[in-house]
Design a protein around this ligand. Structure first.
Ligand code: NAD
Length: 485
């Protein structure tokens, strides 16, 4: 225990649905038995809130409790399917701007995995707000859907800083930035470039770039090579689930949703309705989430005490039914009792990763806007709907826009240039075409010129989406089409 007693903190506890009350109840018992200086304020979220007609799944009193306490331990929440209610989890993450999702994966004693004995111990840091998860989608025509992948400089800076700070606080020596920047040069590329800019501020940590597809491969081939992996939202979503399989699966996968001044700790698993209320659930994932919470609160001695007790219990062969695989199993309550009895014990074979306080640096980009010294609009992309073919669309649009200050430089279909012809007749076109227009004289393009162009283009093909082509400080703010020279 620390020399001076740490200040008491109040934590909001959301027991949640299904097995939630059992595994969260077990966790609170262990925290109390470990002497953590915490007070617990219970709140409602999920199923019970939906039953009361609260569409967001999170009542006002619960939001007030989180506002006050800024630290939450929660059980899984059920989202009724097809009834119009929102996910209470998403409500919480968005309301409290928990922009970083941490998913540690480590080998645990007695938990069989393909990689047992290799010392897997990594941390995935996933951006939690932006990317495709803004859910901005449109049907461009009845047969063509589009999702917007939104990645901001500010979002990249925050997640990269968090990744390095987590590495430093956990004594990890390497951070890998896994992106798809080879294809998505602007959005994924922004994370890649931001990582390169920030890495020199952490000279004590090795910074490594990797393509995310290779990262998936490497996670399965040699997961022990990784320390921290930072990713955009969707890549992180997929690879963190892959990674939880490296560590023994859902019953053992903890997580934290981190914001600048609020954090929500929860297991990765759901409500497991089939075993709810039967004293069968494995509380380890929530317990390990609580260990993350204790470290977040600077209660390192308590964190080590609880984590050591979990390790000793698992090593001694006391297992819940999900792990027993034919051997005798204990229930949630007896498993929790065993952990409490093991508080204060350590195993010689398994170490805890003790740490230092997590430091949140001030935002690098305080304003929401990143300012370019010089910017100009050089043209526009116009997405039109036309039931035509690659040979016809270009000349048709060129004829329609005669007299405009803009000229057609290319037409593509789902990103592949079809006009002027690149010599490939293989593009199996759909009915949405992107037409790229620029000014022949290189002068800036004003809105009136674009509106005039749209009126002309609409005479041959209805347009549904226009994007300005901008150049910021001499750098194109748009990509080329596949096949464009
Ligand atoms: P699930 O994680 O609840 O269950 C998947 C399988 O793992 C089941 O066989 C279950 O019995 C087992 N399992 C999960 N946790 C366990 C534990 N601690 N101990 C022993 N066995 C465990 O996933 P699901 O069935 O896809 O989802 C059920 C519900 O949970 C859905 O309503 C879903 O929306 C919700 N959910 C909530 C969260 C969350 O609140 N963070 C996360 C995932 C799913």
């Amino acid at each position: 225990m620390t020399a001076s007693a740490p200040a008491r903190r109040t934590i909001t506890v959301l027991p949640g649905d299904g097995i939630g009350p059992e595994v969260v109840g077990a966790t609170v018992r262990v925290l109390q038995a470990a002497g953590a200086p915490l007070d617990f304020e219970n709140g409602v979220a999920g199923g019970e809130a939906f039953k009361k007609g609260i569409g967001s799944g999170v009542p006002r009193e619960t939001l007030d409790s989180i506002e006050r306490n800024r630290c939450v331990i929660k059980g899984p929440l059920a989202t009724p399917i097809g009834k119009g209610e929102k996910s209470a989890n998403v409500t919480l993450r968005k309301l409290f701007e928990t922009y970083g999702n941490l998913r540690p994966v480590r080998e645990l004693p007695g938990v069989p995995t393909v990689f047992a004995g290799r010392g897997v111990d990594l941390q995935i840091v996933r951006e939690n707000i932006e990317d495709l998860y803004g859910g901005i989608e449109h049907m461009q025509s009845p047969g063509v859907a589009q999702s917007l992948k939104v990645v901001s400089k500010k979002g990249c800076e925050k997640i990269v800083q968090l990744a390095f700070e987590v590495a430093r606080s956990e004594g990890r020596h390497k951070v890998t930035c896994a992106t798809k920047a080879n294809i998505l040069k602007l959005s994924e590329g922004m994370l890649q470039r931001t990582f390169d800019e920030i890495a020199p501020e952490y000279p004590d940590i090795t910074a490594e770039q990797m393509l995310v597809d290779n990262c998936a491969h490497q996670l399965v081939i040699a997961p022990e090579q990784f320390g921290v992996i930072v990713m955009t939202n969707m890549n992180g979503d997929i690879l963190s689930d892959l990674a939880s399989g490296l560590g023994g699966g859902l019953g053992f996968a903890p997580s934290a949703n981190m914001g600048a001044d609020c954090a929500i700790f929860e297991a990765v698993h759901g409500t497991a309705p089939a075993i709810a209320g039967q004293d069968k659930a494995n509380p380890t994932a929530v317990l390990l989430s609580a260990v993350m919470m204790l470290r977040y609160l600077g209660l390192f001695d308590h964190a080590n005490r609880v984590e050591n007790a979990v390790l000793v219990t698992l090593e001694s062969g006391v297992h819940t039914i999900d792990l027993a695989r034919g051997k005798p199993a204990v229930g949630t309550t007896a498993f929790t009792d065993a952990i409490i009895a093991n508080l204060g014990k350590k195993t010689d074979n398994w170490m805890v990763r003790s740490g230092t306080p997590l430091h949140f640096p001030p935002s690098i980009t305080p304003a929401a806007r990143v300012i370019a010294r010089d910017r100009k609009v050089v043209g526009c992309d116009v997405f039109v709907e036309a039931d035509t073919d690659a040979a016809t669309i270009g000349p048709k649009v060129e004829a329609a826009i005669k007299g405009s200050a803009l000229k057609l430089v290319l037409v593509d279909n789902r990103g592949t240039q079809v006009y002027p012809s690149t010599g490939s007749a293989r593009t199996d076109a759909v009915d949405v075409w992107r037409c790229r227009f620029v000014r022949s004289d290189g002068q800036p393009v004003d809105d009136a010129t674009i509106l005039d162009l749209l009126a002309r283009a609409a005479t041959v093909a209805p347009w549904m989406h226009v994007e300005k082509l901008q150049v910021f400080d001499g750098v194109d703010g748009f990509t080329k089409a596949q096949g464009q020279s």
